[in-house]
Design a protein around this ligand. Structure first.
Ligand SMILES: [Zn+2]
Length: 132
């Protein structure tokens, strides 16, 4: 039974690295290969990959969480009445946001990403305090 541990760990690494890259708007296939060939090191590399914000915004527009502002075309929340970019009043959205269908994988990755974002926010706050 012990021989099963290595492939299970490697499959888990491929799955986690794939999820991390997909959440960053990058290729999930590349993440899967990173995790599969490099194991835990692939996860570390996936954590260092920068966010592709334009792909992430496009995905959120497609899922109905965001919509483009009719005046400045920047992405805003579907429920928004005022654009956060140009400050103009926007008409209410005509389509309803789909129900949340988060999978366990989404929850796990959101937790990791959220933890990382909080860490970066604390780091920036610390740097700001040092400057003043
Ligand atoms: Zn706008």
């Amino acid at each position: 039974m012990e021989w099963l541990i290595v492939p299970i760990v490697w499959i888990a690494c491929a799955w986690i690295a794939s999820s991390l890259l997909e959440k960053r708007g990058q290729s999930g296939t590349l993440g899967c290969m990173l995790g599969w060939f490099l194991g835990p090191l692939g996860i570390i590399i996936a954590l260092l990959v920068p966010f592709n914000t334009s792909t992430l915004e496009q995905r959120q527009i497609e899922s109905g969480k965001l919509r483009p502002c009719p005046f400045c075309a920047e992405p805003i929340r579907t429920e928004a009445n005022v654009c956060k970019h140009c400050g103009r009043d926007v008409p209410p959205a005509t389509t309803r946001r789909p129900a949340d269908d988060d999978t366990l994988r989404d929850v796990i990755v959101d937790t990791i990403v959220g933890w990382q974002e909080n860490r970066e926010r604390r780091k920036k706050a610390r740097e700001r305090r040092k400057k003043s």
